[in-house]
Design a protein around this ligand. Structure first.
Ligand code: SF4
Ligand code: SF4
Length: 79
């Protein structure tokens, strides 16, 4: 395969970790938002957690570890 045929995505095209919030389990306490070191997570006007800046997630899993209800999951993307 010639160098031109290699499929190597530039850093800006890499996928970020997949963040899933299980709304049935989430009690909207905000702990995950408070402990995220990269300010990835936020709450909307109904205190629902969402990934506001998923591109900043470093997959440290702090949100998972701190969530008392196992309501958030971070899945790293295999490269
Ligand atoms: S894994 Fe870390 S950086 Fe990513 S959302 Fe959770 S606390 Fe934030
Ligand atoms: S820490 Fe868990 S229960 Fe609390 S807001 Fe975050 S996901 Fe929901």
């Amino acid at each position: 395969m010639s160098p031109a045929q290699k499929k190597t995505a530039p850093p800006s095209d890499r996928e970020h970790p997949k963040i899933t919030v299980y709304s049935d389990w989430c009690k909207r306490c905000g702990i995950c938002v408070a402990f995220c070191p990269k300010e990835v997570l936020a709450m909307d006007e109904n205190r629902r957690v969402f990934a506001k800046h998923p591109e900043n997630c470093i997959a440290c899993h702090m949100c998972e570890l701190r969530c008392p209800d196992f309501a958030i999951n971070v899945e790293e993307v295999k490269k």
